[in-house]
Design a binder for this molecule. Structure first.
Ligand code: C2E
Ligand code: MG
Ligand code: MG
Length: 283
């Protein structure tokens, strides 16, 4: 008082805002209130409200990033990435709205929309003679959703898209709880010939024991290792180790975030199968 409020109600409200900030910074710390926190919270609230209508208003669209198959020397697959065309703020990154959609559960209908749209688009390419695989990102919440397998099967039937051409990307984070339900969901998807890729590999805490029980086809090495590949021996060693581990476990390897020819050459030399990044094409 008086900087952060001149009455009890305002002071308590702002103290509360500071407390939420402290919690979001990992708890067990001290934070002071400042006006930026209120502005940030308001922005978030507005964004969340807008997100509720975005599906209905058809503000989402998908972009596709091609993935280069080294053996075939051509693009055999694409990854679907969501974009939100906000009426006032323009294009909003999934990194900014997916976490919100995960908090309020909207990720379930949004995720279904992504899957349906990607399968529709890819089915159309197949009809035109381009038999590409399509990879779709799944949020951990979707994997925990008991209706996931049926929903994927329904969408495949509805769009007439072959299951073996669909790749579902899950992150290591989604597997961190080492939950038996997750394992059986992945097995059920594999039993229907749907492919599973483990995205952003190397950033989470996968136990090797768990990894070997997973019904996955492909590991995607996280971009952070690729970016520093040529000027950091540690990254080089890590990427080599991931590739050799994957081969021994029977998975194929995709490297993400390839921005230069040199990076592509090194990864080819190490035996990586698929390359994805701005060097080949932006999404
Ligand atoms: P991700 O699945 O790991 O996707 C790769 C991200 O890296 C994409 O960012 C892509 O544009 C970017 N990228 C690709 N090549 C390069 C490169 O050479 N250099 C750099 N610096 N970046 C590159 P984007 O589209 O912003 O997506 C970010 C993340 O948002 C995705 O990471 C994924 O986790 C999530 N996401 C995107 N679309 C969806 C979706 O439909 N559903 C869910 N649940 N998550 C999604
Ligand atoms: Mg991905
Ligand atoms: Mg990734």
């Amino acid at each position: 008082y008086p900087d952060d409020g001149d009455n009890a109600e305002t002071l308590l409200k702002h103290a509360d805002t500071a407390m939420y900030h402290a919690k979001s910074e990992g708890r067990d710390n001290c934070q002071f209130y400042n006006i930026a926190l209120t502005l940030q919270a308001e922005k978030r609230m507005h964004l969340e409200n807008d997100l509720r209508d975005a599906l209905e208003k058809q503000e989402f669209f998908l972009v596709y990033q091609p993935q280069f198959d080294i053996a075939a020397e051509s693009f055999q697959s694409v990854e679907a990435l969501i974009r939100w065309n906000h009426p006032k703020q323009g294009s909003i990154s999934p990194l900014d709205f997916i976490p919100l959609a995960e908090e309020n559960g909207l990720i379930i209908p949004i995720g279904e929309w992504v899957l349906r749209t990607a399968c529709q688009d890819a089915a159309r390419w197949h009809q035109q003679g381009h038999c590409l695989e399509v990879a779709v990102n799944l949020s951990p919440l979707q994997i925990k959703n008991p209706g996931l397998v049926q929903s994927v099967l329904d969408i495949l039937a509805e769009t007439n898209f072959p299951p073996e051409k669909l790749v579902l990307e899950i992150t290591e984070g989604a597997l961190m709880e080492h939950n038996e339900n997750t394992l059986s969901t992945l097995h059920a998807l594999r039993n229907h010939n749907i492919q599973i890729a483990l995205d952003d590999f190397g950033t989470g805490y996968s136990s090797m024991n768990y990894l070997k029980r997973l019904a996955i086809n492909n590991l995607k090495v996280d971009q952070s290792f690729i970016h520093g590949l040529l000027d950091d021996d540690d990254n080089l060693a890590i990427v080599r180790a991931i590739i050799s581990l994957s081969k021994n476990l029977g998975f194929t390897v995709t490297a993400e975030g390839i921005e230069t020819l040199e990076q592509a050459q090194v990864l080819k030399h190490f035996g990586c199968e698929t390359l994805q990044g701005f060097y080949f094409s932006k999404p």
